[in-house]
Design a protein around this ligand. Structure first.
Ligand SMILES: Cc1cc2nc3c(=O)[nH]c(=O)nc-3n(C[C@H](O)[C@H](O)[C@H](O)COP(=O)(O)O)c2cc1C
Length: 356
């Protein structure tokens, strides 16, 4: 049996409701809501709940997910051992005790770990505790460089799935050693050839073309974040969502900068991470040399303006990926998953679905 077929069989056993190709919605902090995660899983993908403002918030969100799944008869309910959604954690800020208690109680099928302060110890620490309280919960770890990926191969608690995040991605990613998916992914795949660990691709994928390309690079599945911000299910302000739909040309209209974290007062991210965001007036003024205190004052004023705080002349953080030029409207998460799946299957039709 080929490597990809063996891994696909194992994934199908753990995620029996998921349809080929394996499509995942990323755990975007706060924005990946219970209804988004459930809609993606019900469409035959795997939806992840995002980390909360406080770790404690995921208890309420997981409770809501349990209720949504009970009242829904769609395919995601087929696995009785665990909840057919995953949950994301930012290790640098999330409280491990609170997080583990939520996993023990709700038994999500997967836990996605990202951004530890100490890569040598934090992943192992979380993974060991998760496996102790919920042996069926798969450990997913997102990395953005070859060095991070290869370090995991000698971890004592190996991940069940590794997500390779390209520099195109929205939200936080590698600040100095990131690389585009088309070169990063195959090099990681070579390093993982004998590992038995499935690799998922994230960063810049917003439609079936990107998803098919990632599968051609050797991905066992694809992750989309920014695309799912333009859904009715996302927990996002209308002004922010309008920007995801309006903006185009990711090279010109997005950048990686720490400015918005500073304006928002978000401190403590581990070194070598910075977020990709849509450029607006705060960034342009910053480039023009306006002092931080003035930027902060204008930012806080914009916070009071509701949806008008976003937009080309707006001042609020608008974290999003380089794929924004591919997103032209708000669509149900269910529609996105089904469309991307169909587009991929169409592209692979001449060579046969078994290649996926
Ligand atoms: C608004 C936003 C918030 C995000 N928050 C998180 C997070 O809390 N944890 C995490 O592991 N990844 C987070 N990500 C990154 C995603 O996991 C994923 O790598 C990224 O969305 C993929 O790129 P794409 O946005 O181009 O699809 C976030 C992405 C976005 C756009």
């Amino acid at each position: 049996m080929s490597r990809s077929l063996r891994l696909a069989t194992n994934l199908a056993r753990h995620y029996p409701w998921v349809t080929t190709p394996f499509i995942v919605s990323a755990p975007m902090r706060v924005m990946s809501s219970p209804s988004l995660a459930v809609a993606v899983s019900n469409a035959g993908g795997l939806g992840f709940l995002g980390p909360g403002v406080k770790t404690q918030d995921i208890h309420k969100d997981l409770e809501e997910i349990s209720t949504l799944l009970k009242t829904n008869t769609a395919s995601a309910n087929t696995n009785s051992e665990s909840l057919p959604v995953g949950v994301g954690f930012q290790l640098w800020s999330d409280d491990v005790t609170v997080g583990i208690a939520a996993i023990e109680r709700y038994k999500p099928c997967a836990a996605w770990l990202y951004a530890p302060h100490n890569t040598d110890t934090d992943y192992d620490h979380w993974a060991r505790q998760i496996r102790r309280v919920s042996p069926h919960t798969h450990i997913w770890i997102q990395v953005g460089s070859l060095a991070e990926a290869t370090a995991l191969l000698s971890a004592s608690e190996k991940p069940d799935v590794v997500v390779v995040q390209g520099a195109e991605s929205g939200g936080h990613g590698r600040e100095t050693d990131g690389l585009g998916l088309i070169t990063l992914f195959p090099e990681v795949a070579d390093a993982y050839a004998d590992s038995g660990i499935p690799l998922f691709a994230a960063g810049g994928i917003a439609d079936g073309r990107g998803a098919a390309a990632a599968l051609c690079l050797g991905a066992d599945g694809v992750v989309m974040g920014t695309r799912f911000l333009a859904t009715p299910e996302a927990r996002i302000s209308r002004g922010y969502q309008n920007e995801i739909v309006r903006a185009s040309d990711g090279a010109a209209s997005t950048t990686r900068t720490f400015l918005y974290n500073q304006l928002r007062g978000t401190v403590g991210w581990p070194k070598n991470y910075s977020p990709r965001t849509i450029i607006n007036q705060s960034y342009r003024d910053h480039q023009a040399g306006v002092p931080f205190e003035e930027l902060k004052r204008l930012h806080d004023e914009a916070l009071q303006a509701g949806d008008d705080g976003w937009g080309p002349e707006g001042r609020l953080a608008t974290y999003a990926g380089a794929s924004i030029g591919l997103i032209h409207g708000v669509k149900d998460a269910d529609t996105i998953v089904r469309e991307v799946r169909e587009q991929v299957l169409e592209k692979f039709a001449p060579v046969g679905k078994s290649k996926l």
